[in-house]
Every structure is written in C-alpha cells, then in structure tokens.
Design a protein around this ligand. Structure first.
Ligand code: SF4
Ligand code: SF4
Length: 395
C-alpha cells in the first residue's frame, strides 16, 4: 500500500468510500457480509481510511461501517464522516445531529470530519448565523470529537479561494471531485492549485467519475490496452491521480470484492503514468467532453446588458452536457432569478467578444432547458428533510 504523510499521520492513499455498498432493493438493507469481506481484504492489504456520511444509503452506511470496523481496534483505522448542512430542513439542533452520527458509527470521535457538499448554493446555509453550523462544528472539535476538520466541495474556484482565505486556519483539508476528465472540465486543476497554495491537503472523490472512467468505450479502452496490456481502465484513472504530489487520499466507492482487489493492485506500490500515458488520457478526456471551450477570460462579461456571469454559466453548461449532476443543479440554484440563463436576451454581444468563437446565446438557451429538465435539488432533497426530522424527533 502506498501511504501519505498528513501532519504525522500515515494515511493509506486508497480510501474506502462507503456510499455505494450493495443494498437489498426491497428493504434497503446493506449486504453486511459483503461489506465485512471487502473491509477485511482492504485492511489486510493496508487500507486504513474509511469515509462515510450521514445521508449515505439513507442513513444505512454509517451503521454498516460501524459493524464492519467494530471488529478492529479503534486506533487501527481513520474514520471520516460529514455534516449534512446541504440537506437540512431548516435550522436544527446541529449537535444532536452530530451525536446521531457518532452513535450510528459506534464511536466517540471522528478522525476526519467534513462540511458536506459545499457549493455556491449550500454555502449560504453553512455560513448562516441562524443555522449556526460552523460554531457548533468548531465546538465539537474543541471537545475532541473531531480530530481534523475539512469540507467536501463541488463549487467553482472563486468560491474555494474565498473560503480558504476567509477561514484560514480553520480547515486542514478539502475533498474535491477530481479525475483526468474533471481536471479541465470541472476546473479541478485550478482547485487543486488553490488548496495546495493555501497549504491544505487534497482529498479526491469521484476518481472514476461515478464509474464512467472505469469502463471506457471499446475504442478508448484499446488505446489504453496498447499502453499497458493488463491494466484496467480504472487503474489508469487512479494512477493519474497518484502522480499529483499533494493528493493525500483517493476515495473509491467500492461495492464488489473484485473492485477492491483491482484497486489494491493499483495502490500496492507507486507506478505512476509516463508522459505518453498522461497525454493519451488527456486526449480521451477531450473526446469525452461535449461542451464549449470557455477559458474564463471574461471578455464577454462587461458588455452583457443582463449582467450575467457567463463563464460561471458555461461551467455549469459543460457539466450538464457531460452528465446532468445534482451539484450542477445546485450551482444553478445558487443564482438569483435575474441571473439565470433564461434571462439572456440573445443580443449576441458576448459571442462577438469571445476569442474562442463560442456561440454563448445558443449555449445559454440550451442550459436553461437542461436546467429546467435536469436534477432538481430543492425537489429531491425533501426525502432527506423528512429523514432528518424523523431522526431528531422534529414535527
Ligand atoms: S447574448 Fe445573452 S449572455 Fe450574451 S451579452 Fe446578450 S444577454 Fe448577455
Ligand atoms: S469571452 Fe468566451 S472564453 Fe472568455 S469567458 Fe466569455 S465565453 Fe468564456
């Protein structure tokens, strides 16, 4: 196993993500035997980092993790959990909610704790005085129930820079969506550089983009096979990330023993990609993209009569075009109504100003449609609201 040094802790670079365990389709119960078998194998080969969260698997992930890890000494592994600020039905008793996670995980403390899913939308909740989340989480840290504090992040680079500047010294690590596709598509490179510049550790989620980079098209798969005949597509995605010096933990949401075995082989020793292999991945990434090549230069913004944040909207557009995600929907939700893409009047000023020749009005019209039809956080979060109310005995 390859390890990272993080403030003197020895963290396995492969972290076990616990949001994709197999569940019974009727009862929703986790297949505990399989979780135990996967954990046993991972631990035997040196994995010591396990990542769960309050809402994962409708609250069943934390309990399954507790059962599997409860068979090992508490100081032999690191447990990460998250505060679900983005899923709250309103201001709640944050400490009671935190204690539910502790109790479900059968532990007195979390080694790592994250504010879950910060975006331009959810940051308004996390920073709200009424919700009082940050002071309560800091209190838990002062009491020793949180050893290391961070946040998981799905927003853009500007927000990340603002947070790490404003809250300097509060957080020790940031978990971002990063893989060889999102390196450019979701500006993961910029986010990685910002986190590194601020001296924090980078944690990676979605290293295979929800499995999409683990099973490539036949054509792309063959390109990789020509480079390393016995390697899986997933192993290329992981090895790409292994080459980034400030990446401390790479989370993989494993749900089959065969997946665990493949990942353990990839992380057994460092075997980074060479220049030609990285170039091939970047070519594959370019071929997977379906959006527009916006560089964020902002030449188009000054003359927009509606004052739209065009590069921000095009970031969302590119994300939607690849795969409509809840995070992209949340970033769109963050915009005031008069800054949504539907407010574009099609004057074309931006397209004339754009050195990349992007047909911005056409992209914004399509984005407005994709947003209207795509994942809708405010609709889909209702089930989570009810679950939290139930857990806290709220009416
Ligand atoms: S076409 Fe739309 S986005 Fe472009 S300048 Fe006009 S109003 Fe703004
Ligand atoms: S001018 Fe073109 S490349 Fe520059 S931010 Fe606007 S759309 Fe993007």
């Amino acid at each position: 196993m390859i390890y990272s040094d993080f403030h003197g802790l020895k963290l396995s670079r492969l972290g076990f993500g616990c949001m994709r365990f197999r569940t019974d389709p009727e009862t929703g119960e986790v297949d505990q035997e399989k979780v135990n078998a996967m954990f046993d194998l991972a631990i035997e080969k040196g994995v010591n980092y396990f990542d769960t969260a309050y809402p994962y698997l409708n609250g069943k992930s934390e309990g399954a993790v507790a059962k599997a890890l409860g068979r090992y000494p508490r100081d032999s592994y690191y447990l990460a959990d998250k505060f679900p600020g983005h899923s709250l039905p309103g201001p709640v008793d944050n400490i009671a909610l935190f204690n539910i996670s502790l109790q479900r995980c059968q532990t007195d403390y979390f080694d790592f704790y994250l504010l879950h899913n910060i975006t331009e939308w959810s940051i308004k909740i996390y920073e709200s005085e009424e919700y009082h989340i940050i002071p309560d989480v800091l209190k838990m840290k002062e009491e020793g129930k949180i050893r290391h504090l961070g946040f998981s992040f799905h927003g853009g680079p500007e927000l990340l820079e603002r947070l790490l500047t404003q809250y300097e010294g509060m957080f020790e690590f940031v978990q971002i969506q990063c893989n060889y596709l999102d390196w450019t598509l979701q500006k993961a490179k910029e986010k990685y550089d910002i986190i590194t510049k601020h001296g924090l550790g980078v944690w990676i989620m979605e290293p295979c983009r929800g499995g999409k980079l683990a099973v490539l098209s036949d054509e792309n798969h063959e390109k990789l096979q020509r480079l390393r005949p016995s390697a899986t597509d997933a192993s290329f995605a992981f090895r790409y990330l292994q080459g980034l010096d400030n990446v401390k933990v790479i989370l993989s949401g494993m749900n089959e023993v065969s997946q665990v075995e493949d990942n353990l082989n990839t992380f057994d020793h460092y075997d980074g990609l060479n220049e030609n292999e990285v170039d091939t991945l970047m070519q594959i990434a370019e071929g997977l993209k379906k959006g527009v090549p916006c560089t964020g230069c902002r030449y188009c913004c000054e003359g927009c009569p509606m004052g739209l944040n065009i590069p921000y909207l095009l970031e969302c557009y590119n994300d939607y075009k690849y795969a409509a995600s809840m995070s992209a929907g949340m970033r769109m939700d963050a915009l005031d109504e008069d800054k949504k893409p539907s407010m574009c009047i099609g004057c074309g000023q931006c397209a004339h100003a754009c050195p990349q020749g992007i047909d911005v009005p056409a992209a914004l019209a399509e984005l407005a449609d994709l947003y209207a039809r795509g994942p809708n956080w405010s609709r889909d979060v209702k089930g989570r609201h009810e679950a939290i109310k139930r857990d806290l005995n709220m009416k």
